[in-house]
Design a protein around this ligand. Structure first.
Ligand SMILES: Cc1cc2nc3c(=O)[nH]c(=O)nc-3n(C[C@H](O)[C@H](O)[C@H](O)COP(=O)(O)OP(=O)(O)OC[C@H]3O[C@@H](n4cnc5c(N)ncnc54)[C@H](O)[C@@H]3O)c2cc1C
Length: 468
């Protein structure tokens, strides 16, 4: 069989790229080694974790968050089996949706492991060992990423006691104690799920702050909020060993700056130290596709590898490991293959932590602006001063707008608060169009909404907010 485009991997990068290429009139095949399409994101990542985050948040709210609203609930019980079934049903409806879209767009979905044999030639090996070969004018590598483990530490992940995020969305019992190694997005999200359901969660993090790379002020305030929810943090701590014990597992760590080692025992240890690009068994050596020093497929500004006709997108290439970044690269690469001018604006990729409250950001942090020597202005507005937030008892958090001192152009927006993951998009659209703090501050926002805090923070960066 011969195709215009063969895409290896059906995560958000691969499946979106396939649909876009088909919409542009190209004949497309996708290869996926999982039984279901959708990649890490739909099967074991974004979607199942958000199903559990939502359900566990409802549980926590019903258990101790409604009395002040005049709602007295008694006998709130957890049925973890049902909660996990809700997660599984959510995953199923999403992966079924992708399968439907493949059919609708006449995309051939081949199940098996894809291997590049030569430029334009790919083999697909099924689980039972049958091999078929297909030809394609263009090949897109969209094989995503895998759990990275702890650098320099040999950890035996068994997905029951010492778990990765994959085990973290499927525990059959709420552990009494959990240690999360890594205070990044995935660790804090899954830590939140199990903390809300009753686990005592301790986060051990190498850096001096959680959510490394996020705006420092956001990270500090957010850590305080998680502390109030019962999280404990061991920052600046380097994990040197993780081992099974009779009762569970033991994590040993020492201060990064030097000092005595400590150990914590826990029922479950979640390893959430990041992900690494996945290129195993892909046959890159057959064609000489180059990798960079971090094992990612090297690409130019148009997603081209060093081998003509072979492209790469998503987690397997440079840039933030985010589903929407992979999706937009899928669209761009399809357009480029079709002879158009696909492009992604890497300065405007929002990032969201789906905890409670949520954390969302787009553009530069204060630390980045300082480092670059950019003169900037700051506008901040607390949700405490927002009418809707008070009505909803969602007054934790704030909005921070960073704008260029001279031009007033918005360079970064950071939000901690209920619904931050939705609110961030007005800032993203504004920044995509090169808007200023004055533009955002003068835009009418419906009252009463949480989003009025975004407007007020923008007014603060431009001149002065009204309500503080
Ligand atoms: C717990 C968790 C929560 C997350 N939450 C979010 C979130 O809320 N928001 C967000 O933006 N991102 C989130 N992410 C990250 C997100 O999942 C990834 O950024 C995204 O899935 C990357 O998409 P991709 O298409 O590059 O690769 P993937 O989704 O990893 O898909 C790659 C696919 O390729 C297949 N494959 C690999 N090699 C081969 C081969 N040789 N042949 C055939 N198939 C192959 C794999 O089986 C896989 O299905 C989360 C990740 C995790 C683990």
């Amino acid at each position: 069989m011969s195709y215009d485009v063969i895409i290896i991997g059906t995560g958000p990068g691969g499946y979106v790229g396939a649909i876009k290429a088909a919409q542009l009139g190209l004949k497309v095949a996708v290869i996926e080694k999982r039984a279901t399409p959708g990649g890490t994101c739909l099967n074991i990542g974004c979607i199942p974790s958000k199903a559990l985050l939502h359900a566990s948040e409802m549980f926590a709210h019903a258990s101790h968050g409604m009395e002040s609203l005049g709602i007295e609930l008694a006998g709130v019980n957890l049925n973890l089996e049902k909660m996990l079934a809700h997660k599984d049903a959510t995953v199923k409806s999403n992966v079924d949706g992708v399968a439907f879209l493949f059919k609708k767009n006449k995309i051939d979905w081949l199940t098996g492991t894809g291997k590049i044999l030569a430029p334009g030639k790919v083999s697909v090996t099924s689980e039972t060992g049958e091999v078929q070969e297909i030809d394609g004018k263009n090949i897109v590598i969209a094989t995503g990423s895998d759990v990275a483990g702890i650098p320099g530490v040999d950890v035996a992940i068994d997905e029951t006691v010492i778990i990765s995020s994959t085990g973290g969305i499927a525990l059959e019992k709420v552990p009494a104690t959990m240690v999360v190694v890594g205070g990044g997005v995935i660790g804090l999200e899954l830590g939140s799920v199990w903390s809300r359901l009753g686990a005592k969660v301790t986060v051990v993090e190498y850096l001096d702050q959680i959510l490394g790379g996020m705006d420092g002020e956001v990270s500090k305030q957010f850590q305080r909020m998680l502390g109030k929810q019962g999280f404990e943090f061991k920052l600046g701590s380097k994990v040197t060993n993780v081992e099974r014990t009779d009762a569970g597992a033991r994590v040993t760590f020492e201060p990064v700056k030097g000092g005595e080692a400590q150990s914590i025992d826990a029922d479950v240890v979640l390893i959430a130290t990041g992900r690494k690009p996945y290129t195993e068994g892909l046959g890159l050596e057959n064609v000489g596709v180059a990798l960079d020093s971090r094992g990612r497929v090297e690409i130019d500004g148009s997603y081209r590898t060093n081998v003509s006709g072979i492209y790469a997108i998503g987690d397997v290439v440079k840039g933030p490991m985010l589903a929407h970044k992979a999706e937009d690269e899928g669209v761009a690469v399809a357009e480029i293959i079709a002879g158009q001018h696909g492009h992604v604006n890497y300065d405007c990729i929002p990032g969201v932590v789906y905890t409670q409250p949520e954390v969302a950001s787009v553009g530069k942090t204060e630390e980045e602006l300082k480092k670059a020597g950019t003169a900037y202005k700051v506008g901040k507005f607390p949700f405490m001063a927002n009418g809707r937030a008070r009505a909803m008892e969602a007054t934790d958090g704030f909005v921070k707008v960073l704008a260029d001192s001279t031009t007033d152009r918005v360079l970064g927006v950071h939000i901690v608060g209920f619904g931050a993951g939705e609110m961030i998009h007005e800032a993203t659209v504004l920044m995509e169009f090169g808007g200023s703090a004055e533009d955002l501050g003068r835009t009418t926002h419906a009252h009463p909404t949480m989003s009025e805090a975004v407007k007020e923070a923008a007014l603060g960066a431009w001149f002065k907010p009204i309500h503080t």
